[in-house]
Design a protein around this ligand. Structure first.
Ligand code: PMP
Ligand code: GLN
Length: 378
């Protein structure tokens, strides 16, 4: 049979994490914390299981959690999503993204993405017969050239996918970026998929620019979030998305046959835990300290960097060290120096000759110090 995704192999996250394990290397490749989620939250999951919340949840998620999510949007972004019809709890952001794309993209529809781009967007578009049109963001700032975006928008453009704070580059969209996008899309029926999984990890006093803050964007947007990033439990695979009623109705037509519903006891626990804003408002300063610690430790290394503005990733330029391509260098670092990272070219059009690696900083300070010791010797 002919593969529907002939050019797709195991993702770089599987490749590098298993290489790190085989090589007993520090794993700063795949993005996940090497510290535990709050015991209070784990206890809430246990008690939800022990009190019998072990069967199917309602299709869109338990009402208590949808209400807590709606409340968070009101408090943080001063905007409302109706818990009945505009919020769906998903199996991580990945399932939300896949379902949004499946619900709207048809043969020959064009979807604009910004490269380097997180790896789950493109295959989902292709599986639905759509075509990805990329806008390249250039190191070291990875800022968008909106004139270029304007040029490539056509009558075929069905969707634009943005991701701020951005994985892997760590760049964030400013108010101007969002207003420009809002102007560009006015008068079109283009859907915006706004991947905001790092909404609570933004540095140096910047404010997260959610699509829901811009009325003309909100009206056409899916805002996608992930509990895994925010509460240090990526293995639970819990997230959600919000959109105006008509868009959400189309989403739910697919969601109900895609998973029907997601993990019930964890929803119960998150509904309770989310009520306390302190459980996520401290995250930016928590990760900014880690970024600053790591960057201060490698300041005199041969790696060059621009500090990430958000996310728990930092990209490092190794052009002063070797002319090897980034995949070869990432593998060699794992085998010979016992530190694993992600080569940026996998998020780009593969042939681009990046000399940039992505390191995950969601690690204990001790691990970050060990990582810096290694990098200083290279
Ligand atoms: N989008 C981006 C930009 C991500 O970095 C990730 C996770 N690394 C996801 C989506 C997927 O999130 P989840 O684990 O909740 O599926
Ligand atoms: N999103 C995580 C990252 O960027 C990895 C998730 C995955 O393994 N697919 O590293």
């Amino acid at each position: 049979h002919r593969s529907k995704l002939p050019d797709v192999g195991p993702t770089i996250f599987s490749v590098m994490s298993s290489l790190a394990q085989d090589q007993h290397a520090l794993n700063l490749s795949q993005g996940f914390p090497n510290f535990e989620s709050d015991q209070k939250l784990i206890d809430l999951v246990n008690s939800a299981m022990n009190s019998g919340h072990n069967q199917y949840a309602p299709m869109a998620g338990i009402m208590e959690l949808r209400v807590a999510i709606a409340h968070k949007f009101e408090q943080l972004y001063n905007t409302s999503y109706h818990p009945e019809s505009e919020i769906t709890v998903t199996a991580g952001a990945t399932q939300a993204i896949f379902t949004i794309i499946s619900a709207f993209i048809k043969q020959d529809d064009e979807v604009i993405i910004f490269r380097p781009a997180y790896d789950c967007y493109e295959p989902a578009v292709e599986l639905n017969g759509g075509k990805v049109i990329s806008v390249q963001l250039e190191a070291p700032t990875y800022k968008v050239n909106w004139d270029e975006v304007k040029r490539i928008i056509t009558y075929k453009t069905k969707m634009i996918i943005i991701n701020t704070p951005q994985n892997p580059s760590g760049t964030v969209f400013s108010k101007e970026d969002m207003s420009t996008l809002e102007d560009l899309l006015r008068g079109t029926s283009i859907i915006l998929l706004s991947d905001e999984v790092y909404e609570h990890i933004i540095f140096d006093g910047e404010q997260h620019q959610s699509a829901c803050l811009y009325p003309d964007l909100k009206a056409r947007s899916f805002v996608v979030a992930s509990f895994g990033k925010t509460f240090h439990n990526t293995g639970w695979k819990m997230g959600y998305c919000c959109a105006p009623k008509a868009l959400m109705a189309e989403f739910q037509k697919v969601h109900q046959f895609n998973v029907f519903c997601v993990n019930h006891p964890i929803q119960k626990a998150l509904a309770e835990y989310l009520k306390e804003p302190d459980h996520y408002l401290g995250l930016s300063s928590f990760y900014q300290k880690k970024r600053d610690l790591f960057l201060s430790l490698i300041e005199t290394s041969r790696f060059k960097f621009t500090p990430a503005q958000g996310t728990y990733f930092q990209v490092l330029d190794y052009s002063a060290i070797t002319s090897e391509n980034d995949l070869d260098f990432a593998k060699r670092l794992t085998k010979e120096h016992k530190i694993a990272s992600i080569p940026l070219s996998v998020f780009n059009t593969h042939h681009l000759d990046n000399k940039v690696l992505r390191f995950c900083l969601a690690k204990t300070d001790d691990t970050l110090k060990q990582a810096a010791d290694i990098l200083n010797k290279i």
